[in-house]
Design a protein around this ligand. Sequence first.
Ligand SMILES: [Zn+2]
Length: 336
Amino acid sequence: MARRRRITRYNERIGPDLTPGMMTLTVFLAVAVILSVYFAFNAEPQKPADDTYVNTWSASDTNSPETSKPKYETTTVSVDNDEVDTGYLVLVNGEHECTFAEDGKIVLLYGNEDKGESYGLATASIACRSDVLDDLNRMLDAYMAATEDGGSIINSGYRTLEDQTQILNDRIESDGEEEAYKYVALPGRSEHHTGLAFDIAAQQDRTWLPQYCREYGFIQRYRADKEELTGIAYEYWHYRYVGDPHAEIMMTKNLCLEEYISLIWDHPFSDPYEFDTEGGERYIIYYVPCGDGEKTEIQVPAGMEYDISGDNVGGFIVTVDMGKTPETGDVTSEAD
Ligand SMILES: [Zn+2]
């Protein structure tokens, strides 16, 4: 509408009395328009190079078509392939063994001044990764505030190989092999080896925690409808830290970690998985397989906050915070 009104005014102004100069300009402009239309239709389409973020991003962008200038520059990050078994998204299950690569981050909770006061510990040997302690505290503080249950207890956190062997043997002794293998992973293949998993006992551990854990970066890892995929029977008490926004995606879309990681495997840099959080933040998530040699080159949008986690299988999952979504009115792009 705006464009039509503008053209009308222009015609009215120059229409009745064109000077020779204006005539020449008009003819010149007309030829220029015809030529550019001709070239636009006949030019070979520019095939974007496979590894350029700029071209591939604009293909799925919501920018208006006339904005040919890319919105984001990219930068390349080099990651050691050794780090494929590190990060919040490592997959540890019957098929993928834990390598204990992040044991340096394990801290005891008993007597730890950083431990929150809203929960107890079943034993003095409960430990976890230091970088998840804050979110664990926040979750269990919120649990206590919401439910007035001050009796939540962590029954298990980080486990060594020896711990897991002991647990499995004890369970076999008490319940028999069949029952034991339903719940207890083989040594080396338990998520508890990562330091990112917790068994939590609380009055409302089947209601409040499954509903709100995602707000603190946790997922309920072994759900009843996912036993076939996880290889572990329903454990309402087992929570795994995966961080933002992955917990929200998995819990709202009902994906277990196995399903979520294979979903991301299908999303390369050129076609990232996009997710808008309830809080109005847009993320893109994509997968980069390990490169040959010692390092993998990973492209990320320049100037954006990102996180890179190994999947403990064969590559890296890249998570980029793209800022506020268009709906919240605070993003630079203009969605149509
Ligand atoms: Zn557990």
